[in-house]
Design a binder for this molecule. Sequence first.
Ligand code: PHB
Length: 404
Amino acid sequence: MADAPVDSITSIPVAVVGAGPAGLMLAHLLGRAGVETIAVDTRTRQEIEVTQRAGILEADAARDLIETGVSDRILRDGYEHEGVELRSAGRPYRIDFKELVGASVWLYPQTDVFIDLADARERDGGTVHFGVRDTEVLDVTTTAPRVRYTAPDGSRHEIRARYVVGADGSRSMCRDLMPEDRRVRYGNEYPFAWFGILAEAPMSAPELVYARSEHGFALISQRTETVQRMYFQCSPDESVDAWSDDRIWETLQARVSGEDGFRLKEGPITEKTVLRFRSFVQEPMRWGSLALAGDAAHTVPPTGARGLNLALHDVKVLADVLLRALGSAGEAALDEYQPRALQRIWRAQNFSYWMTQLLHSVPGASAFDLRRQLGELDNVVGTRAGRAYLAEQYTGWPARGHAR
Ligand code: PHB
């Protein structure tokens, strides 16, 4: 296959495998600096648009999308949140981001970030091929890597690049190109998953509610005034078919109910999915002419809403080093990528893991485990340092030189 004839050969500085938010934001940032890219994705644009993902953007990430000219739709369609509610045993505790660390986050779904980026690529004349198949990434240990793919019409194409970026998500094939004896994979599996729903109902709360209860965890999030997103902890092998709307509402209500009389506003459920739940990092993030970004290099459990934010941080650093590598600095500039990206990645790994274990019920936990968990939660909600710790991590760490 590697040398079979193709219908077209295109030479370009950077080829991007994967056209989700990470791949498209990288292409956008490079495009702004005058560096052309071609991005390919096996999914169609329509498939990506309807895949539900998390919904929280750090203020810095939101600002980057606006200030680099992707779109300012977030200001019209997004919701700025200055805190979250933690609930335990039916009691509400507000974590006030603004007051604690002077920061906020934006409720703006990843699918909208994707739509904005895909529209911006089209507007700016960037090349993105959705719905391709049989993608091959070749010669990454040389200075002339290639990407080959079959277009939806069956024609076969080759992209010749100086660098290839693997932004191909949590089931990345690019990360397998790093030789087995040179790569390390770190991971953690959890004995539970999330059951996610979309419901046609009014908002139940003005901010997100992360609820810990004796029945397990639940998260109440939002999309619009009329569409809501909610999750509850379930077993990893849960089948969506076993869950009627009534059973789902009963489960969610039981996990949030409490002495303040809080009740969810119910409505028809339009989507049900069981979400995979794991922590994962692969190092190195760069091998020869190939760099990994976003979920291809690392995944976090959704509890801390870090995934999209981390991916956007990766590509910001990567765009910076790639521009220098393509200029006079040469390939050595790429050496900076991993150390600069990895610090935030491991902080986020820790935060996502920490927030997960703080709020979920672990099957088989002992009475000691349970009381210890309540003690930890009390330390978080009951002390200013605890609340500030959560607030600082959740809103994203201040960028260098931006002390709060
Ligand atoms: C979401 O709105 O889908 C969402 C928000 C916060 C999370 C996870 C998911 O931690």
